[in-house]
Write a protein that binds this ligand. Sequence first.
Ligand code: MTE
Ligand code: HPA
Ligand code: MOS
Length: 746
Amino acid sequence: MIGASLPHESGPLHVTGSAPYLDDLPEWKGTLHGAFALAQTAHGRLKSLDVDAARAFPGVVAVLTAADIPVRNNAGPAAEDDPVLVRDLVSFHGQALALVLAESFEAARKAARLVSAEIEAFPALLTVDEAKAAESWVLPPVQVRRGDTAAALAASPHRLSGTTRVGGQEHFYLEGQGAYALPREDRGMHVHSSTQHPTEMQHLVAGMLGWEAHQVSVECRRMGGGFGGKESQSGQVSCAAALGAWKTGRPVKVRLDRDDDMLLTGKRHDFLVEYDVGFDDGGLILGVSFVMASRCGFSPDLSGPVNDRAVFHLDNAYYLDAVAIRSLRCRTNTVSNTAFRGFGGPQGLFAIESVIDAVARRLGLDPLDVRKMNFYGPSDGSHRNTTHYGMRVEDNIAPALVDRLEATSDYRHRRQALQAFNDSHRFLKRGIALTPVKFGISFTATFYNQAGAMVHVYADGSVLVTHGGTEMGQGLYTKVRQIVAHELGLEVERVRMLPTDTSRIPNTSATAASSGTDLNGMAALQAARAIKERLDTFAAAEGPNLGWDDLVAKAYRARIKLWESGFYATPKIHYDPKTMQGRPFLYFAYGACCAEVEIDTLTGENRILRADILHDVGRSLNPAIDRGQIEGGFLQGAGWLTTEELWWTPEGRLWTHAPSTYKIPAASDCPSDLRVDFWEGDNIEETVHRSKAVGEPPLMHGLAVYFALKDAVVAAVGAEAALNLVAPATPEAVLRALGGLSGTQP
Ligand code: MTE
Ligand code: HPA
Ligand code: MOS
């Protein structure tokens, strides 16, 4: 059972179209539909709002504004900074001004367009560069240093400084944000929400209405993808639906259409990276300093922990002896950026890998050799194995894993073959790169690392399980079901999963930080184990040869408790958020990817020819699920760094607001030659069946594609030009780096 490639527990429902997502739930009589009226200015004072035309529109029942919110007007995780509806300050183009409630979704949407606002416009800061120059922060700058970086830089035989950029990313979950609120008796509310964080939704709704948490329950059976976009940003629609239901006494559904979803909700943070690195003749980094400035948008949301994680991942798999990091959290008049698969980690890896690549280019070395030379040292030695935040790297498998992939991908031969190809082709150029990933597993906010679960065994022997995690396609429910079935010695068919509901398991953490299975799987295991032990004791007395159903039936009659709750809190972790020192992670997940690409130097167009991935999932609970996570993560990461480009007009309006203008990878963008392998080896930590988290780390394999594109640019026009290739490396960006397109990146 553990390690079996069982299909996703909702697989048959998915493929037959019968897995209900939020908008598929049967509607209660009297249901109203909500749509937001959006601001058409990036920054300004809301002087007046004219909702008369919207109110008069056929089918409209009410138009709600900030004045209708009884207590807290906040839909975000931090302080009171994310208004459900604008009260007086418009902070970005597309912010929600009013909520129109109508008998149909169409009527609500049409009427929302009729709301007009008088806004006194203020100057707007839109980009990282503008905000950095103006010292406009959502949170104070953070510094982390180790050693005397200035001295190390000054003493280095070689020195290189530079600037690079990496773009943001739209989550593009297939199911948009949505919530459906049902008023319940005696000042109660039940909210179906497409959310990774039901407990936060519960607290936001209760806070908005001035209620206690026990008056609100939030439920989520599944999401059509979250990718971090529904960790906090599901708050606004959840609050809006609950506000409408509270005001009208009728069930209210708010679901965003794609354009509104892209305009209204936060994305991955784009970063401006400035570095100064000192190194020796062989490419060993002796000292490095970074300024990492990110576009946080108008409010903090999760920008604090996202930028912290970027800082924690600036080393990737490398020992940085003398390092100084300044992390700037820029406040801009754009949508509030948020969690996105990797949660700042990918941007940290991008920065250090860019430095490594630049060092290699400067010295004329193979970037893979420079990577290998900078790896953390062996885990047993005392040297070169402590991170810049003071955590010992105890399981450094990166060198061995990279060696293995170097061999299995045939990296060295292919680099030679590629040279021959490039020598004989004038317009087509190929490039190759092999990049490692080391990713810390645990929420950096230590208290989030806890979970609960409930296992019910009914008198007929069937089992019902619920836990605090949410299902977004990643296979959490499938894995938890396997874990419980295995523990009780049952077929998975005997175990059924209940939707996640705050009234079943309280005080849950977001399903995020890749730790869904580590936390909830362990809690469910504890519960199942307690029942099993009780039944084992009973069986020892009653006859050990009883089958499960008979044993359970007998135990019930003997008044044995057949249900149990489980709880898990991650051990060993601690860290001081002020100094950013400690052990924020229980362990690291590793992997590496070798990608080969081809560019057309006349157009900048490019494609991935082949990708080899070797990934460490510890002892896999379900190889089929894990493989899906690795493939999907890789392609999502490749999309981030190649085709997905967010573009704002000078007025601050998001121009790439739909799939017409925002290009996620299609099936045809997946390399036809994609080879995924698992690194064999148990987690050294006592995780559930020694597995490792797999949700986020594979996204960073997309880096190999970006650095392979750089390699191809180097082949075409030389090493210095590659320094100009920013991410996303769209065809335009590639052409620009080749010198074939004038003008600057918008
Ligand atoms: N896989 C699918 N199919 N859909 C998703 O939304 N989200 C990713 C990852 N894999 C996601 C996914 C993100 S951002 C995280 S943090 C993890 O799944 C969360 O689930 P886990 O902790 O159970 O791995
Ligand atoms: N990862 C993902 N989500 C989070 C984290 C984290 O470290 N901290 C708070 N939310
Ligand atoms: Mo994932 S970004 O931690 O939801």
